[in-house]
Design a protein around this ligand. Sequence first.
Ligand code: T4K
Length: 410
Amino acid sequence: MSESPGSLAVLGAPPRFREPLHVGKPSVGDRTAFLARVEAILDRGWFTNNGPEVIELEQRIAARLGVEHCVVVNNGTTALGILMRAANVKGEVLVPSFTFVATAHALTWEGIEPVFCDIDPETWTLDPDACEAAITPATGAILGVHLFGNACDTDRLSDLADKHGLPLFLDAAHAFGCSHHTRPLGGFGRGEAFSFHATKAFHTFEGGAITTNCEELATKARLLRNFGFSGYDAVVSLGTNAKMPEVCAAMGLANLDRFDEHVRGNRSVFETYARSLAEISGIRLRRPTPGESHNWHYVVIEVDRQALGLSRNQLQKALVAENVLARRYFFPGCHAMEPYASRNPGASDRLPHTIAAASRVLVLPGGQAITDDQAQTVCDLIRAAASRGDEIRAVLHDGGQEVVEEGVGP
Ligand code: T4K
């Protein structure tokens, strides 16, 4: 890091970071505790199928989230699919397009048609009015997404669901450790689905969970994750293999031991970004709702091209050149990806807020992936890029690297 503060890799200087800085580099919780648990697993010779680590993890998550049932599974995509199947959802499900594609894929995999509805421009979560306009006799459920850990408008979505006799489900993939009305997310709607993928605030290498206060739903989900077995030789329903291995549950337990400490570290990084980015015109950092708990895992900015002098895509290129692997989550929106784009021609006409968000969003390395000092350096790089916008735009054009306009390109 011997370069002068204004030097930029996109303009020919060496990259500021030698190693890539990722969004969502996995955390390792209590390493000693994890290794001790792995020893115990090896000694027991019980590696999967509802072993003691899985049972302990389920109990601790249920207690932490204040829900009656937690059913852990092998990933968040399966958690969503099993949730739909356990609740016998059919037909169409109303979802945001501005989410990771797994939300839509999980539905499609279950033979359900995702119907993409627009988001609220402030919260970037499912807009209840857009949902209401999309309800038809084929609608089977509403599936909101607590995007980046920020809660959906569960009050209005619940009212809407009740009014039309529909179940409400929530994709809580990003939301472990976050609250709504000061209640932990996980206990809203008929059921919620978490992802515990390695890149998440809380992870089990790969994994996920269904949380619910509905006993029938939980019982069905348990059967579905284990081939429909209710006991040895007794199969009572269709099922799949969605079991979480013991070693994954052990990682989860070791991460739970350190979760609150990690969240404090995440918040410190976030506040470093907040202080420094506040001075840069054209960058808006999205803050969690005041008064709610949050995991502070994602550092999400919106780029105002006019004010910054660079488009979101140009800024991303400048950062990637520095080895800062900022991501455009969730560009361009599910509706613009296959198999949805060909099934939904013209969908963008009814998704203006989705398109606006997808064209401006950039997620910076945060959480356990980065130190406060590194966060400060990323901010310095953004400030330097903003001050040299003319040169960067010229280089990106003149270098033959096509600058992709927001909302249209890859
Ligand atoms: N619903 C929502 C709203 C979701 O966001 C997700 C998943 C789901 C449902 C489905 O849950 P899962 O079935 O995945 O449990 C990632 C994750 O794969 C995905 O879990 C996550 N959301 C999504 C937002 O991000 P990619 O394709 O960006 O991740 P990947 O594997 O390329 O990793 C991102 C970066 O992290 C890499 O550039 C390198 C770094 N990394 C990654 C891994 C896996 C590491 O440093 N170490 C690692 O072990 O999708």
